[in-house]
Design a protein around this ligand. Structure first.
Ligand SMILES: Cc1cc2nc3c(=O)[nH]c(=O)nc-3n(C[C@H](O)[C@H](O)[C@H](O)COP(=O)(O)OP(=O)(O)OC[C@H]3O[C@@H](n4cnc5c(N)ncnc54)[C@H](O)[C@@H]3O)c2cc1C
Length: 819
């Protein structure tokens, strides 16, 4: 039976989703819109529609690419919905020139056509530019202008032709729920609409709908200035555009001054992010009313805020010299703490979905992914960056996400280093070792709200003479001290704070059966066994990788990759019979990784439990006392050295740290940070989920086939996996590359070339201090994945030579770990 679906909101997202869902054969769809159709008064009604596809996120580029492809083929009453006028981003500072080269890398990694232009070429392409201001340009011929309302209506019309209803002036005021708290429909001011699935596409009103679902969305409505100039002689009619085409010049970005431009026939439209953030309270948002023909999403233009932007615009485009702002507005749209959309099903109200904080640029791509997700349970692309359940509790606090969203507004066009942490709302989460780490001069970055030491200045006296220097970009948020910390772990012993690694406790009479059904490896093992296993989705994509320790007959401790894993488990819990309980124990516990050849010498004297290899083997767990601290010890190692992860409750964490620290002094114990950790794990080839592999990859492709026991019985994703096995060997593989030159350290997301053609992209990268080589893991076609293939990595426009290698790159015989 086809489900009854209600979509809330007929902006571009609601219209695109109605189209994508109905195209999949579902027609019992009603779109409820609180305003008129189709100029509803939401953000879509006045967005100028610039579509620049390039983005550091592969997923976001994919969303944009589909949007371009789809809107390019759309018309409404014979008029265009997308014009491929091309995009031009200019650099007026040397730093931006480098940034454009980095963008060129994203484009090559993920299939956007792009080129770098010199100033003359820029001026040729966009004759209004002052050539002398420009140092370089980034040209993307397939970018362009969407006509948002036309694109929205054209998609709505296609949906209507398949039976979808669009109802104006229907403000949703409540969600109806039924058995199990599942959504049962929505109530508008006029009537109740029963539904099996509700999708909120309410744009910047989205947080209101979330409140109706008893949940909170980290979405901040913000105003952003857009102004139209008086007519410009330089754009005289028919010079670049006709009445029908509206625009002929490429869309233009001047990110050094937070500005963008598009042509409106003989006028220029100027958008500015250069002004102060202007957040709005969700509770104070205006709604459209039949009596008022204004747009609730358009606030009055605050000219003073625009004045600096105008001066900067005129400096770049001298043709503006004699012009003025003819009209402008402060337009509202959605911001999130990390700049990504909020997509997916509510954890609180099953059947209630959200597709919020989506730009025009990504609208069709998002709609396609959400439609697939609703239909099959699995989106057709990796959406973990966009999943609305990705946040930690602290990140949902209104003050937290509002401050972060404001910061995002300010930084929207800034050059951001991949490791650059936010300065706001910190410190938020700290491990019990924070005080000691601070005393040791920890340089903290942030992960999942946690303060995480990157390296320790107290280790500056260690020998760093063998650590090669690296270029400016790769040396930011890095210190050669990290190299010395890595060597301390390889040669002596080091303490790593593993507290931010999220952990769950699963227990109950049904716990084993539940975990067996959810994961790929055999977990039916004796108490004390530790197992590395995978969570697959229905299409056999790797949703996560886990370390499962069997602590008791019905008790498991699981190392996970964060909130999405807990969400996934909860969605799949057996019917509410109490046979399985699951809880996140991360915040109440802490963990120290004690790793290095002297790890046993350090820990054994502190405990009566036998930590010998014979008594406490690799991938085993024991309860023990270390000093007077009760710990759960896991003999695992993400860094490839002898040692243990020692877990205890948060209250005893400091005592554990101090005990280990004192006992370690004779062995030269070193506090080591994340930078060293990353290097050590790369040398061992241990994958980092979300960076190295995602739900778009199968275990075999990711080199994780060893964690699948297909003959253990049913588990989620097994059938799809077997089908994929039958289809033949993987076409792509994740493999390590070794760069020729030690000073070449790349950061991740760079394109990889073979025979001059882009063939893949880098995931994780760093320097391997033990092997003395620069390492980059990359997705490559299987045909060149065997060791010995010559490739090139493009980094800031330079091609760096590298070769595919056999893994692991360090201690293949595992002699360092198993002893
Ligand atoms: C000035 C400005 C410039 C922009 N420029 C660009 C650009 O160049 N490129 C780009 O990609 N993006 C741009 N954007 C962003 C883009 O406009 C938005 O991200 C996009 O339009 C959001 O689409 P939507 O469908 O989610 O939201 P909306 O278009 O706001 O639609 C949401 C709909 O939900 C309805 N609704 C809300 N609550 C309820 C309820 N309770 N019951 C029923 N209906 C409800 C609203 O009335 C509205 O029609 C710009 C935004 C602004 C403000």
């Amino acid at each position: 039976m086809t489900p009854r679906i209600v979509l809330i909101g007929a902006g571009i997202v609601g219209c695109a989703l109605a189209d994508e869902l109905s195209a999949r054969g579902w027609s019992e769809i009603t779109v409820l819109e609180q305003g008129p159709l189709f100029a509803t008064g939401g953000s879509t009604s006045h967005a100028p529609g610039l579509v620049f596809q390039t983005n550091p996120s592969r997923t976001m580029i994919g969303f944009a690419a589909y949007t371009v492809e789809k809107y390019n083929a759309l018309t409404l009453a014979g008029r265009w919905a997308f014009r491929q006028v091309g995009g031009l981003e200019v650099a007026t500072t040397p730093a931006r020139v480098e940034e454009l080269k980095r963008k060129l890398g994203y484009a090559a990694s993920w299939g956007v056509q792009a080129e770098l232009l010199d100033p003359d070429q820029c001026a040729q392409l966009h004759p209004l530019l002052d050539r002398d201001q420009v140092l370089a340009g980034y040209h993307t011929p397939h970018d362009g202008l969407a006509k948002p309302l036309r694109a929205a209506e054209a998609q709505a019309r296609a949906a209507i032709a398949r039976g979808v209803r669009f109802l104006p002036w229907q403000r949703v005021v409540a969600l109806e729920t039924g058995g199990g708290g599942r959504v049962a429909g929505v109530r508008t001011e006029q009537e109740v609409y029963p539904a099996d699935i509700v999708v909120s596409c309410a744009g910047y009103w989205g947080a209101r709908i979330a409140r109706m679902a008893g949940t909170s969305l980290p979405l901040t409505p913000m105003a952003h200035q857009y102004a139209m100039t008086t007519p410009l002689a330089a754009l005289a009619a028919d010079r670049f555009s006709t009445a029908a085409s509206e625009a002929g010049l490429p869309i233009l970005r001047h990110q050094d001054r937070d500005l963008y431009f598009r042509e409106h026939r003989d006028r220029l439209g100027i958008g500015s992010y250069a002004h102060r953030p202007m957040p709005l309270e969700t509770g104070n948002l205006a709604d459209p009313t039949p009596a008022d023909t204004g747009m609730p999403s358009q606030l009055a233009f605050t000219a003073d805020d625009f004045a600096p932007a105008w001066a900067d615009a005129a400096a770049l485009l001298p043709a503006l010299g004699s012009a003025k702002v003819e009209e402008g507005f402060n337009g509202i749209f959605s911001f999130t703490p990390d700049g990504f959309p909020l997509l997916g099903e509510s954890a609180q109200v099953p059947g209630c979905w959200f597709a919020e904080a989506v730009w025009i640029t990504h609208s069709a791509g998002v709609a396609r992914a959400v439609a697939e997700w609703i239909r099959t349970g699995t989106p057709d692309v990796d959406v973990h960056e966009c999943d609305l359940n990705r946040f930690e509790a602290v990140q949902l606090a209104p003050t937290y996400h509002r401050t972060r969203s404001c910061r995002n507004f300010i930084e929207v066009y800034d050059i951001i280093h991949p490791l650059q942490p936010s300065e706001q709302n910190r410190p938020a989460r700290v491990s019990p070792f924070y005080a000691r780490q601070s005393e040791l001069g920890a340089v903290f970055l942030e992960a999942g709200g946690w303060e995480r030491p990157q390296w320790f200045e107290a280790n500056a006296a260690l020998d760093t003479s063998a650590v090669p220097a690296r270029g400016d970009w790769a040396s930011r948020y890095w210190s050669p001290i990290a190299g010395a910390e890595a060597q301390a772990a390889r040669e002596r012993v080091a303490l790593f704070d593993m507290t931010p690694l999220a952990r769950l406790e699963v227990q109950g009479s049904g716990a084993l059966a539940f975990l067996q059904r959810m994961t790929t490896n055999q977990l039916d093992k004796p108490i004390g066994a530790v197992t590395y296993t995978l969570l697959l989705d229905e299409a056999a994509g790797v949703r996560s990788d886990l370390t499962v320790a069997r602590i008791g007959p019905e008790l498991f401790q699981i190392g996970t990759n964060g909130p999405l894993d807990l969400d996934w488990f909860r969605r799949h819990l057996p019917a509410d019979d109490g046979s399985v309980q699951i809880r996140d124990i991360t915040a109440g516990t802490c963990c120290i990784g004690v790793w290095g050849p002297h790890a046993r010498d350090l820990v054994q004297p502190l405990t009566d439990t036998d930590f010998s290899h014979a008594a406490f083997g690799y991938f085993k767990a024991r309860q023990a006392y270390v000093g007077d601290v009760p710990v759960t010890a896991l003999r695992v190692s993400y860094v490839g050295e002898l040692g243990w992860e020692l877990y205890t409750s948060a209250d005893l964490g400091l005592r554990l740290w101090d005990a280990l620290w004192h006992a370690g002094q004779p062995f030269g114990v070193t506090a080591a940070g994340r930078s060293a950790f990353s290097s050590l794990r790369l040398e061992k080839g241990y994958r980092l989920w979300g960076t190295d592999m995602t739900a778009e990859h199968t275990p075999d492709e990711a080199g994780l086939g060893f964690a699948v026991k297909a003959d253990k019985g049913e588990f989620l994703g097994r059938e799809a996996l077997l089908r994929r096995h039958e289809a033949g060997p993987p076409a792509l593989r994740l493999v390590p590359l070794l760069l020729d030159r030690v000073e070449d350290v790349v950061m991740g997301r760079e394109p990889v070339f073979h025979d001059g053609k882009p063939v893949g992209y880098v995931t994780s990268a760093g320097f391997g201090y033990s092997i003395g080589r620069s390492i980059a893991y990359a997705w490559l076609p299987s045909s060149i994945a065997e060791p010995g293939s010559s490739v090139e990595i493009e980094y800031f426009g330079e091609r760096l030579r590298a070769v595919t290698a056999a893994e692991p790159l360090f201690d293949a015989a595992m002699t360092k770990i198993r002893r």
